[in-house]
Design a protein around this ligand. Sequence first.
Ligand SMILES: [Zn+2]
Length: 377
Amino acid sequence: MGRKIAAHYALIEGELRRNIVVEVDDMRQIVSITQTESLDNMAGVEFHPGILIPGMINLHCHLELSYLRGSIAEGSGFAGFARAIGQVRGNFSTEQRIRAASLWDSVMWQEGVEAVLDIANDDLVMGVKEQSQIEYHTLFEAFGLGLTSLESHKKMAQNYNHSTLTPHSTYSLQDSIFREACISNNSTISIHLLESRDEIELYDNRGSLAEWYQRMGWECDFLSYGSPARRVAESVASNRRTVCVHGCMATADDISLLDSHFQGGVTWALCPESNRFISRIKPPVELLRSLGARVGIGTDSLASARSLSMIDNMRQLGDIPLAELLTWATLNGARALGIDDRMGEIAVGKRPGLVIIEGADLSSLRLTEQSCARRLV
Ligand SMILES: [Zn+2]
């Protein structure tokens, strides 16, 4: 049996519209969208107070780090966070890690996440993801200045559906292995980019990353690119679908450079909760909007977030028109993953999932502290 669902507003074609009835069949496919005069006395229609949206796309997550929730102090800064994660990582059993991933996977599903671009360093929680109702796209991450081979990454990627390789960042990999990780990717590339000032200063041989590398005796063979954004533009083929994660320090020049390099543009995956947690900084939302950049939303991991709530991250992005903000969390993520032919918007023939946002201010169309998302379909 199919269902007919209505709410105060529904996100349709990028707009918040009233008096919409969405009909979905028992395979979760949308079979009709109708606009009526009024929703009063419509027999057989479920009415949910709030805003009806398609299932959300979490464009940046590390589900495998869910066990680290509450283990790392807030505000420790970029280098401090990296050190702290190394210190606490060994304190947990395999079972604890799997249990945490399983728990947070089901929380994300209930809160309306339909697909995740998920970063992985090993395959410990791949079983959780394979059994999940969420569609995970896993990127096995190449990481480490001493890394010289991607054989183990390639083997892991071969073993699982929707999985491939990606480079971690422009500061953690030498030149040739960074390029090889991009070439080996057969889906969406995701790069942690311009999260902190230290990443930029490294290219001038200063700042905390440069000092740390010097202390450890590690050399970088990629500093001649001059900047993180230039390294990406000169190392990644222009026809690749690419997600840049964080972008807190991105300038107008960086954003324009990457947009003009990539034929289909780039998507900036903003994770404001993680930025607040680690460094008390904010992504440059207004700059990205003013340049017409494409934005998606991620939660990052529970090592640097209180929750994996997409709504919490949206709320922290500030006063963005709600229809636009919701499009970032849905269709833009689906486009970045190349799955917008079946997910990311409420449209006939698609199977996006249906989610109700409750507790929003419906007169000003803003998210409030009470707003939350709940899966209907
Ligand atoms: Zn990350």
